[in-house]
Design a protein around this ligand. Structure first.
Ligand code: SF4
Ligand code: SF4
Length: 427
């Protein structure tokens, strides 16, 4: 009987480092999915042609000033709070420009490797040209896709898709789409991370908002453990040396240098000399501290900013939750004060303005309360509102003269709106 001998398992070698890199790539993948999902599923879009603002299931009209204002203030304070507390966390982990730039770098390197492997006998010049052509061929559809998603933040994706299929480069929308595709292509072909330091205004803004407690990537080597291997410089996607300063404009706090340093010094049995720290004090993020200090709430200014953020978030959620899908206004028509018909009934004319801001048809029904035998008589038949439709309709409140007394007769017009509020009152 044959005896099966199991091969001894190789001990797993754990290479120190690569910790932040893995976290960053996972976060970037999630961000990419969010970037694509938000406009394509109407979760977030500033729809310019329709003048609508889609925000987490709500279809807001640009004219809804309070909600648009609260949303913009909330986003602005969120951006400012993030820059103040976590420095350039956005750039290193969340920014689509950075995600696509790094992907373009990796793609280019992979294509160069592929060409070198497949065409070992071709001259270096020819291999470079072939690699550049292949890279361009992959980058073009990728740029069209990225542009499609980006423009979907401003135009309905289905409209955009039809324009794309018809290769529209004659209308204003088509020219804008083609220009953005060209800019995206050139950005990822030529600029990539240079965009962050030369063009992006958010990078400059972050540098203005940071202070002595802002999260930094910090070189701290009191025991002179740095072996000057320059691995941190080679790993840096921005091509800088973090040992010179923690405040270089190019540094996006991506932590690739931390992984590189912990990888090399970890093998030598010591710890990295580059780390995330709260400000120049070098206060390590791993150091024991109260939970609120560990998440970056290190002074009153930060607590105040977060409290303000909470106020705007609460205001925004209340404004969205009490919002009615149908906006209804009823005003007396002052051109004719009142009129008396041949049958002796008194007619009072009103004007109704209704906008359906929802996504399904809405119906409106009017009635009168507080005035005996009064009814609503509509002049124009138009009570069902399609999504996005606005109507202006005149109607009469009619009452027999016998139920009126001299002077002012008070009454209430009741509006039942489906879907929406029943019994909205207009006095
Ligand atoms: S990787 Fe670490 S040890 Fe090597 S040069 Fe950079 S800081 Fe020094
Ligand atoms: S210095 Fe370090 S944290 Fe800054 S960009 Fe380079 S690798 Fe990223």
């Amino acid at each position: 009987m044959p005896i099966q001998v199991q091969k001894p398992k190789k001990p797993r070698i754990i290479i120190p480092g690569t910790h932040y890199h893995r976290v960053r790539k996972t976060v970037q993948m999630i961000c990419f999915c969010i970037f694509v999902t938000l406009p394509l599923f109407d979760i977030m879009r500033i729809d310019l042609p329709r003048q609508r603002f889609y925000f987490f299931g709500a279809e807001l009209w640009i004219s809804e000033f309070s909600i648009v204002f609260l949303t913009l203030m909330f986003l602005w304070i969120l951006i400012a709070a993030m820059a103040m507390i976590y420095g350039r966390f956005w750039c290193g982990y969340l920014c689509p420009q950075m995600i696509f730039s790094e992907t373009a770098n990796n793609l280019e390197k992979a294509i160069i490797r592929f060409v070198n492997k497949r065409l070992p006998n071709a001259g270096p010049q020819l291999r470079r040209v072939i690699a550049a052509i292949l890279f361009g061929l992959v980058l073009l559809p990728a740029s069209i896709f990225v542009t499609f998603v980006f423009v979907s933040y401003f135009v309905q994706p289905i409209d955009l898709f039809h324009r794309l299929l018809s290769l529209d480069i004659r209308t204003a929308g088509g020219i804008v789409g083609a220009s953005v595709t060209l800019v995206t292509f050139l950005d990822f072909a030529l600029l990539r991370q240079r965009f962050c330091t030369a063009i992006c205004p958010y990078g400059y803004l972050q540098n203005m908002l940071k202070d002595k407690h802002t999260l930094l990537v910090h070189f701290h080597d009191p025991n002179e453990e740095c072996i000057k291997c320059n691995k941190c410089v080679r790993a840096c996607p921005m091509g800088i040396d973090i040992r010179k300063s923690s405040h270089q404009l190019e540094c996006t706090h991506c932590a690739e240098c931390i992984d590189a340093c912990s990888g090399i010094l970890g093998k030598l049995g010591t710890h990295t000399v580059i780390q995330y720290a709260w400000g120049d004090s070098g206060s390590n993020t791993q150091a024991p501290a109260n939970w609120f200090r560990r998440i970056g709430l290190r002074d009153g200014k930060r607590v105040a900013v977060l409290a303000l953020l909470l106020v705007y978030a609460t205001g925004l959620s209340i404004a969205i939750s009490v919002r009615q899908p149908v906006l209804l206004r009823i005003m007396p028509d002052r051109i004719t004060l009142y009129s008396v018909a041949a049958d002796g009934k008194v007619h009072n004319r009103f004007r109704m303005l209704a906008s359906n801001r929802g996504r399904i048809p809405a119906s409106i029904s009017l009635s009168v309360a507080g005035l005996k035998d009064a009814t609503v008589e509509e002049i124009e038949e138009h009570r069902t509102l399609e999504p996005g439709e606005t109507i202006q309709q005149h109607f009469d409140v009619v009452a027999p003269a016998s139920s009126l007394h001299g002077g002012i007769n008070r009454m209430r017009i009741l509006a039942d709106v489906t879907p929406g509020k029943t019994g909205q009152q207009f006095s």
